[in-house]
Ligand binder design. Structure first.
Ligand SMILES: [Zn+2]
Length: 133
């Protein structure tokens, strides 16, 4: 049995981000620049990053009479799945004691991506206005 965290942990971690994307074209340029500075300050520590998703797995052990035969199996066991273009995703076992940290590192990666995306949107808007970037 697999469960992929990608789908339901994809919500925005940065307050106001989604709203900002929609309204950036109406903001005065000084507000956009201020927002850009704010975003930089929200960057998580850049050494604490992991790309990929956490996969949860349950496995039956196969021992006769074990209760797992009638359930999903033993687990959860966690794997870090990392995709590469043109290759199959790579899976690494995540020991339980790493689970919280790995979850955090994955969240950091999403935050960084969101922040970079919004900074790029702001810069694109400044370009449209023919203003100093
Ligand atoms: Zn079992």
């Amino acid at each position: 049995m697999y469960r992929d965290y990608r789908d339901y942990k994809q919500t925005s971690y940065i307050r106001g981000l989604t709203l900002m994307r929609r309204t950036s074209r109406k903001q005065p340029s000084f507000a956009l620049r201020r927002r850009r500075q704010q975003l930089l300050r929200q960057l998580p520590p850049l050494e604490r990053l992991l790309r990929g998703s956490l996969i949860e797995r349950y496995k039956p052990c196969g021992k006769p009479g074990c209760k797992c035969a009638h359930g999903p199996g033993h687990g959860p066991k966690y794997y870090l799945s990392v995709s590469y273009s043109g290759r199959r995703p790579q899976m690494d076992y995540v020991p339980q004691e790493y689970h919280a940290q790995i979850t955090e590192y994955l969240a950091h990666h999403r935050q960084v991506r969101e922040i970079l995306e919004e900074i790029c949107e702001i810069n694109r808007e400044l370009l449209r206005r023919r203003e100093a970037l």
